[in-house]
Ligand binder design. Structure first.
Ligand SMILES: *[C@@H]1O[C@H](CO)[C@@H](O)[C@H](O)[C@H]1NC(C)=O
Ligand SMILES: *[C@@H]1O[C@H](CO)[C@@H](O)[C@H](O)[C@H]1NC(C)=O
Ligand SMILES: *[C@@H]1O[C@H](CO)[C@@H](O)[C@H](O)[C@H]1NC(C)=O
Ligand SMILES: *[C@@H]1O[C@H](CO)[C@@H](O)[C@H](O)[C@H]1NC(C)=O
Ligand SMILES: *[C@@H]1O[C@H](CO)[C@@H](O)[C@H](O)[C@H]1NC(C)=O
Ligand SMILES: *[C@@H]1O[C@H](CO)[C@@H](O)[C@H](O)[C@H]1NC(C)=O
Length: 382
């Protein structure tokens, strides 16, 4: 019955705020007909969307789906799988009403309807909403960007923003590392058999040294025991229930501030000249979303035996945190690490995330609980 509602001809004018989702989609069929036909394959999602209130739907345009198919010819086949399609569509629905006027230079990490077991982030998988280059933008998995092309289309459950790119559902930290060029980290984690464990954490924050960072301490890596390597890698990971540390959270911490890694020792977060540092390492790319939290790329490998290392904020590169090392040419640990795709994370200046209007998501908690229960019931029925 919800399906037929979707395809009801439009009777009333478009800008009635109490209009049902189906009517709005029909009225916008010039840009949303592909989304409508995909929704027809997952009636449970339609039912959920039609009865939800205060949601924001990020609706990929027909052109967005065309671009997806050009990039990944298998996408059409994958979209035939109702379970996968449901997950992808859930990731396009925000738990909350966010008009375009609320996209700001301080990013918001909004919870979506994609939840466990398809994402292990407390409160639901996030998308990043921000105003960049005077444009309302959304950053999804692998920090892929999408642009809002038509904002603030009202329907009775909330708002629809039409976007120019299908969002990428965040991948595991392992796949994220391998497919964004962080192959030394992926190889090192595999060497000490930490990759699977890392992928299964909940609410993880991972500081990911670039391949250049591993090359810079190459001479030290040859002689490390597996225990020492495990200790170093664990020192790069935070996992506190309910506390994924996005850049906005790190920038508003007391300065400097200690956070305890899963290895047991503290890392120290500092904000200097609008840049973010972990011990003496600088954050190069912040906020790459993963299945279970977030990855921040850093320019040095952290050394738990040098926890007091501090940065020289004015310097463009920081000295390695390991004394007496020399660099190597080939990226360490990368043998056998083969990317399955290539993603280039968007670059957004960190000054974009200056502290200030932090989104008080806590007020949405009871609502989220209802939403999560609804989604779990839906998933169980698939
Ligand atoms: C939707 O949001 C409005 C204003 O923020 C609030 O008054 C209302 O109770 C919310 N409705 C639901 C169902 O959450
Ligand atoms: C989330 O965690 C559960 C339990 O560890 C696991 O079975 C599931 O595969 C994880 N989900 C993802 C998307 O990694
Ligand atoms: C913003 O504009 C600059 C300059 O044109 C460009 O290099 C950058 O990629 C844009 N940022 C995003 C996130 O699109
Ligand atoms: C970690 O930092 C906290 C807060 O500053 C401090 O109380 C604790 O003693 C530190 N732990 C270690 C192992 O240094
Ligand atoms: C952070 O922890 C280190 C030890 O890891 C300690 O020396 C330092 O005093 C702590 N700083 C703060 C601000 O708690
Ligand atoms: C600690 O790190 C600094 C760079 O931040 C480096 O100069 C120093 O040699 C390191 N010390 C040890 C003991 O590794």
């Amino acid at each position: 019955m919800y399906l037929s509602r979707l395809f009801l001809p439009l009777v009333f004018t478009v800008h009635v705020s109490s209009e049902a989702l189906g009517s709005v989609l029909t009225a916008s069929s010039a840009s949303l007909s592909t989304l409508s036909s995909l929704l027809a394959g997952v009636p449970d999602v339609v039912q959920l969307l039609s009865t939800a209130r205060n949601i924001t739907i990020l609706a990929p345009s027909n052109n967005a789906f065309t671009k997806l198919l050009a990039r990944n010819p298998r996408a059409a086949e994958l979209m035939q799988n109702p379970r996968l399609l449901t997950g992808v569509l859930q990731y396009h629905v925000l738990a909350g009403r966010v008009p375009a006027s609320e996209f700001s230079t301080t990013p918001k990490f909004m919870p979506t309807m994609l939840t466990a077991p398809f994402a292990n982030v407390t409160g639901g998988q996030r998308v990043e909403l921000a105003r960049v280059n005077e444009t309302s933008m959304i950053f999804s998995g692998y920090k892929q960007s999408a642009m809002v092309t038509t904002a603030d289309v009202e329907f009775d459950g909330g708002l629809i923003h039409i976007i120019d790119t299908v969002l990428t559902v965040p991948a595991t930290p392992g796949s994220t590392a391998v497919n964004t060029g962080l192959t030394s980290l992926a190889g090192a984690l595999q060497r000490v058999q930490l990759l699977d464990g890392l992928n299964l954490l909940t609410d993880a924050t991972i500081f990911a040294p670039s391949n250049d960072a591993f090359e810079a301490i190459g001479s030290a890596l040859n002689t490390l025991s597996l225990n020492d390597l495990s200790s170093i890698l664990g020192y790069h990971v935070l996992a506190t229930p309910g506390q994924v540390r996005f850049s906005t959270d790190l920038l508003v911490l007391d300065n400097p501030r200690n956070l305890t890694s899963i290895q047991g020792q503290n890392i120290t977060i500092r904000r200097e000249n609008g840049q973010l540092f972990v011990n003496s390492a600088r954050v190069l790319i912040a906020d790459i979303l993963t299945t279970n939290g977030v990855v921040h790329v850093i320019d040095n490998v952290l050394n738990p035996l040098n926890a007091s290392a501090t940065p020289i904020p004015s310097a463009t590169t920081q000295a390695p945190a390991f004394s007496g090392v020399s660099s190597v040419i080939d990226s360490p640990f990368t043998s056998g690490i083969v990317p399955t795709a290539t993603f280039i994370p968007a670059t957004v200046p960190l000054s974009n995330s200056a502290p200030g209007a932090g989104a008080p998501l806590a007020s949405k908690a009871p609502y989220m609980a209802i939403m999560v229960a609804a989604v779990m019931a839906l998933v169980a029925s698939l």
